[in-house]
Every structure is written in structure tokens, then in C-alpha cells.
Design a binder for this molecule. Structure first.
Ligand SMILES: [Zn+2]
Length: 137
């Protein structure tokens, strides 16, 4: 699988820090499952201004967006060169086994119960839908 840039309306937020992403790409991603069978697929990686400093190619692309704001006719070649370098190096972050075990222990102790117990009626939904005829006041 060749990594590819995603052209999408809304770039996802960074899964690491929640900051709005600058760019997203599909990259090959796989692992060996519990039966020892390789599982191959793809995953989306997000270019994040806050987390991009770990990787020099991500950092260069973040700097491109800080300087130019967007891709234009005069900067498209620089963008393509930097985007290719970022995609070549982009990897789905590995799961930290200690953090995973810590989250599992916290979950078993009920640390996430408050999040799961949110009643949908308590959420502040915004809707433009008008009530059906006859149901308005
Ligand atoms: Zn981030």
C-alpha cells in the first residue's frame, strides 16, 4: 500500500492531544494478532502542530503551514516535497503497554463510569428541525 494524502473537508483532531489537525494521510498499519497471524491494513495519521515536533519531517511541514498558511501556486512544489517526506516517516503511534494496563485498571475501578453514564437527554443538542405539524406548543 502506498501512503496517500487524504483530501477531506474536515481534518480529524489529533488523537494524541485533541488539537485540530493540519493534514491527514492514510498509511500502512498492521500488527500480529494473538494467533500469530499478521493483520495488514491502513490507519489515518494526523499532522498536528502540537505533537509534530517529535518528527523532523512533520515539524518541517508544520513550519510550512505557519509560514504560508495554505498551499498556493508558488508553494505547491515545496508542499509536495515536504508532504512526501512526512508521509514516508508517518507512523501510527505504538500502544504504550504500561499506559494501556493503567487505563484497564482505571476502567475496572470505574474511573470512566461518569463518561459512560451521560444521559443523551442531558446533552445540549442543537437542531434546526422544526417540530412535526400539530406538535408545536
Ligand atoms: Zn497532537
Amino acid at each position: 500500500m502506498v501512503p496517500e494524502l487524504l483530501v477531506i473537508e474536515q481534518v480529524p483532531t489529533c488523537p494524541r492531544c485533541g488539537t485540530p489537525g493540519l493534514l491527514a494521510a492514510h498509511v500502512p498499519h498492521g500488527w500480529v494478532n494473538a494467533n500469530g497471524v499478521p493483520v495488514e491494513g491502513t490507519a489515518i495519521v494526523v499532522l498536528c502542530e502540537a505533537c509534530g515536533s517529535d518528527d523532523p519531517s512533520a515539524s518541517a511541514l508544520v513550519t510550512f503551514f505557519k509560514v504560508h498558511g495554505q498551499v498556493g501556486e508558488a508553494t505547491v512544489h515545496d508542499f509536495v516535497r515536504l508532504a512526501r517526506a512526512w508521509i514516508r516517516n508517518a507512523r501510527v503511534p505504538a500502544v504504550d503497554p504500561e499506559a494501556f494496563e493503567s487505563d484497564v485498571r482505571a476502567w475496572r475501578c470505574g474511573a470512566f463510569d461518569e463518561v459512560a453514564d451521560v444521559d443523551a437527554d442531558d446533552l445540549d443538542w442543537e437542531t434546526d428541525a422544526s417540530p412535526p405539524p400539530g406538535e408545536a406548543d
